[in-house]
Design a protein around this ligand. Structure first.
Ligand SMILES: [Zn+2]
Length: 220
């Protein structure tokens, strides 16, 4: 057995006994060692790394790994059901209450927008983060009181979230605010499947909204 195979085996065991942090390290080492041509195994390792992140509470990062594994061709019978339990319509982690899914998407879009105005792409201090989160929470309150999302498709809802302008302190409004199209211009609105050919739904693929834990890890 090669080193990387050993790491994979051990990483899976550690995931199973909830030692996620250690598991992730071993699984990433396994991924580095695994030969590129073994795409089936690569997809399994990437999925397993997603499990580690999930266990560590970084659910957005977890889901991005898991969806990546599916794109790489992960083909296990339980995967699809599992993904539908974990991932909401926005390609984000499922929230405890259904109505919180919209709120989480709105907030993530505006956090992303704020972080894009910063060279570092990160919050500098906890106080800065608190202030921005508060501002975005107030914006959501205002938005949700005025806009009825019932009956809208996911893409329509995302459009409305993006239209909402929040003026953040200190920083000027980035240009993307005015004509922010993001990946949406590439969307095939006629079907649910992403235009990139991955076979995944658009909002689980190129149109997915990155969760705040992903944004904070600089995974833009
Ligand atoms: Zn895509």
């Amino acid at each position: 057995m090669c080193d990387w195979e050993l790491y994979y085996k051990k990483g899976k065991e550690l995931n199973a006994c909830e030692n996620y942090e250690q598991a992730r390290k071993l699984l990433e080492a396994a991924l580095n060692g695994c030969p590129d041509e073994d795409s089936a195994l690569i997809s399994e390792i990437v999925f397993e790394i997603g499990r580690s992140f999930f266990g560590m509470g970084m659910k957005g990062v977890a889901i991005s790994n898991m969806l990546e594994a599916v794109k790489l061709g992960l083909n296990e019978p339980h995967t699809e059901n599992m993904m539908h339990c974990l991932v909401n319509e926005y390609g984000m982690p499922v929230q405890k209450e259904p109505e919180l899914n919209d709120e989480a998407a709105f907030k993530a879009i505006h956090v992303m927008r704020y972080l894009y105005t910063k060279k570092s792409g990160r919050f500098g201090t906890l106080a800065e983060k608190d202030m921005i989160f508060e501002l975005i929470s107030d914006a959501w309150k205002d938005f949700s009181e005025r806009v009825n999302l019932k009956g809208m498709t996911t893409i329509q809802k995302i459009g409305r979230y993006r239209e909402y302008v929040i003026i953040f302190p200190t920083f000027s409004i980035p240009q993307e605010l005015s004509g922010d199209t993001g990946n949406v211009i590439y969307a095939d609105f006629g079907s649910d499947t992403c235009g990139c050919g991955s076979g995944l739904p658009y909002t689980w693929c190129c149109g997915r909204i990155k969760s705040i834990d992903e944004l904070e890890n600089g995974l833009k």
